[in-house]
Ligand binder design. Structure first.
Ligand code: NI
Length: 248
């Protein structure tokens, strides 16, 4: 069940049986020579849609632009500054709590978002804490799960891609997007086959160190079949975790 494809009476009816919602959150940033700019938003979105279909869980619209400052040396990347992202996450959350939602599960697709999402949670809780004199236990809870850290998933990705998984523009994430959008599959020769590793500083330095955008990866190994396996495992793990969180 997706919020933007529902009517308000349908959302009101959902709220009568559950106060929990899942929001995919990601980034719009370069993902190497064969990866889509939307990869980090599409991965949690593709997984979430299946979670919604299979378990009747309400899926919010994808928060699809995040912290991508260090990718700004590559065309098409869009970034928010941290303060904007925190403010927007607060507004999304307060809109949802206004309707009665009390559990918000953010399924994240981008490592660069983690610090800001965590800061946004503090901002969200700050408002709740200080709004209720004498009681600083928020009735509202937020949860952050990075999709690649769903229990068991890293082992699966390592089995599928023992060499060249790397840390940015990975064959695993590209596979997930190709499973969701088979028309995006493209054959690109990677030079070198496995990208270099190194520190991430700001945009210009990133492009100098990692000229085609990849870090440590060989995404030419990506496949729809691998994406299907990863999504199936992620969906199972997210449903189990979401149900526990919703009942907490
Ligand atoms: Ni990514």
């Amino acid at each position: 069940m997706q919020l933007h494809l529902s009517t308000w009476p349908e959302v009101e009816a959902y709220l009568a049986r559950s106060k929990a919602i899942l929001i995919p959150i990601g980034s719009t940033e370069q993902h190497g020579p064969n990866g889509l700019l939307g990869t980090d938003a599409l991965c949690p979105e593709i997984i979430s849609r299946r979670v919604g279909d299979e378990a009747g869980i309400l899926i919010g619209p994808t928060f699809n632009v995040g912290q991508a400052q260090h990718h700004m040396g590559f065309a098409g990347t869009i970034t928010l500054r941290p303060s904007t992202m925190i403010a927007a996450m607060l507004d999304w959350t307060q809109s949802l709590t206004r309707h009665g939602f009390e559990r918000i599960y953010w399924l994240n697709g981008h490592g660069g978002n983690i610090a800001t999402i965590t800061a946004a949670f503090s901002e969200i809780y700050h408002g709740v804490t200080f709004a209720r004199a004498g009681d600083n236990r928020p009735p509202l809870r937020c949860s952050l799960r990075n999709w690649w850290e769903v229990p068991g998933l890293m082992d699966l990705c390592r089995q599928l891609f023992p060499v060249g998984e790397g840390s940015h523009a990975t064959p695993s994430e590209v596979s997930v997007t190709w499973f969701g959008y088979p028309e995006a599959v493209k054959s690109v020769t990677m030079t070198p086959r496995i990208a270099p590793n190194g520190p991430i500083l700001d945009a210009d330095d990133y492009r100098r160190r990692f000229p085609d955008g990849r870090i440590g990866s060989d995404p030419s190994q990506a496949s729809i079949e691998a994406g299907e396996k990863i999504v199936a495992a992620a969906v199972k793990g997210v449903i189990a975790e979401f149900k526990q969180f919703a009942a907490s």
